[in-house]
Write a protein of this length. Structure first.
Length: 505
């Protein structure tokens, strides 16, 4: 086996053109070329360069791949200088596009690992998690670099590309999990729709996620790796009558993240744009064409690039509670409540809320929180319809169960996500039944604010709370179940909350 090493320098980017391709600014560097070689030979090229502060979001390194290549292997490293407190250091993401090009929303995507890996490979029959197996065809491939943050002194990188020559193996035909599990007919089903594994920046294996989901009492989960659909073809053997596995992606842009929930198998959604590029609507529509829901994730998270800046005009639901309950979830909850008020005021459709764990690794708890959905059956379509209609509540675990209804004096009745059609002054009884929430406090929240706060539930965690109102006093009512407050004026962390019941004609 012969190896041919060659080094190449990318001496900064100041003299190179920046191409704006209808998405975030992108830069293409000089090509890395390889000659043909005999089967089983390996050829290696190493390139180095430095990216200055203010670099484009994406920097592409073209790789000229000749005929007869069996495998592409890429390894990279970059410097991480110490920086003062409050100053951004270096973080460099990486991915790969094949000879079909880097066009936004095009067919050339072959994988993305962000900053989770220092090396990866792609060949016809296999690929590193995060990357998609398939033929290695001749042409210009592109290594995609994403300078997430750049230190004041710049980001120096080194990329080593190794081609292995020889006959390609056959690409396996992907097998996907079924869209139906063994449900209980119309019932409440528990799910976690935002999870990460080793196929992006998580540490859980898919098998571990499936096992932990079952242990958490979940009926369904949604595959949501950052900027890749590569896990889709690896879930089939882990589904079962007791666990529905939906397929999706966490589309991770520089201006916020959105969960594509329950898309068609093999759907890839591009992420290479910012809010100012006016491209999000195009990809939100792609998600829906692929049978998925558009769910902005952790909209008020404080991590770099996590805060949601695309607006909610395209959202089918919004992730209000993400992982362990924190102050940014409290802000998201209040912001969502403000959207409910605006929908009532303007006569617009409302956006349901949901919650997911965003688990990556131990000790992240899969199923904390979980969205509990009233669906006609345990199928992809029925679960999505329940979420879209807002027939759901969010609970911190499977121990917590709620029943929330509103009724009028003549037998009128409505549940979560529904409307109780009564006259403005008709007395309405709001009723919440709770189990699994010891010493928690129930609050009823309306478009006028918190109008009722009950006494703490008993140590058993079970109780029933009723409140009487009218449609003229409350256009909607939703319930919150909160833990005891340790100190201060802020309410305790959520144990559960519901989507609203609307009141009035």
């Amino acid at each position: 086996m012969c190896e041919d090493d060659h080094e190449q320098e990318h001496t900064g980017i100041g003299r190179r053109a920046v191409f704006v391709t209808g998405a975030a600014a992108a830069l293409t560097l000089g090509s890395v070329s390889f000659a043909s070689a005999a089967p089983r030979e390996r050829r290696t090229r190493t390139v180095r360069g430095t990216l200055p502060p203010g670099s484009p979001d994406f920097v592409y390194v073209p790789v000229e791949v000749p005929r007869g290549v069996r495998e592409i292997h890429v390894a990279y490293s970059y410097d991480r200088p110490a920086v003062p407190a409050g100053t951004q250091g270096n973080a460099l993401d990486i991915g790969l596009f094949d000879e079909r090009g880097t066009e936004l929303g095009g067919r050339g995507f072959r994988g993305w690992s962000g900053g989770a890996r220092t090396e990866f490979f792609v060949r016809a029959d296999d690929a590193t998690p995060g990357y998609v197996p398939g033929p290695v065809r001749p042409g210009t491939w592109h290594i995609a670099l994403g300078p997430y943050t750049v230190a004041p002194e710049g980001l120096s990188y080194e990329i080593t590309v190794t081609l292995t020559y020889g006959e390609q193996a056959e690409t396996p035909r992907p097998v996907y999990p079924p869209e139906r599990a063994g449900g209980r007919g119309r019932a409440w089903y528990r799910g976690d729709c935002h999870l990460h594994s080793e196929y992006s920046d998580g540490r859980y294996t898919l098998a571990e996620i499936a096992e932990l989901a079952r242990a958490a009492g979940l009926d369904f989960i949604n595959s949501s790796e950052h900027n890749t659909h590569s896990a889709h073809a690896h879930w089939a053997g882990l589904a079962g009558d007791d666990l529905l596995i939906l397929l999706g992606e966490e589309v991770t842009t520089r201006n916020g993240h959105v969960v594509a929930l329950g898309t068609d198998p093999g759907t890839f959604v591009d992420w290479r744009y910012r809010a100012r590029d006016n491209r999000f609507g195009r990809f939100a529509r792609q998600i829906r064409r692929a049978g998925g829901l558009v769910v902005p994730a952790h909209p008020h998270a404080t991590c770099i690039g996590c805060n949601w800046k695309f607006g909610f005009g395209e959202a089918d639901a919004v992730e209000v509670w993400n992982g362990a309950y924190t102050p940014d979830d409290e802000v998201a909850l209040a912001d969502w409540d403000g959207m409910l008020v605006a929908s009532v005021r303007d006569g617009r459709d409302w956006i349901p809320a949901m919650g997911s764990s965003d688990s990556h690794r131990s000790p992240d708890v899969i199923g904390r929180p979980q969205t509990v959905v009233l669906a006609d059956d345990l199928t992809r379509e029925a679960i999505q319809e329940g979420i879209r209609a807002g027939r759901s509540y969010v609970a911190e675990s499977s121990k917590v169960s709620l029943s929330f209804t509103a009724s009028g004096g003549r037998g009128e009745h409505a549940g979560i996500g529904e409307r109780l059609r009564v006259d403005r002054d008709t007395p309405v009884t709001v009723r919440l039944e709770v189990t699994g929430a010891p010493r928690c406090t129930v609050r009823f929240v309306t478009d006028q604010g918190v109008l009722f706060t009950g006494d703490p539930l008993p140590v058993s965690g079970a109780g029933t709370v009723e409140w009487r109102t009218t449609a003229s006093y409350a256009a909607y009512v939703r319930a919150e179940v909160r833990h005891e407050t340790a100190a201060g004026p802020l309410p305790g962390a959520l144990a559960a909350f519901t989507n609203p019941v609307f009141l009035g004609r």
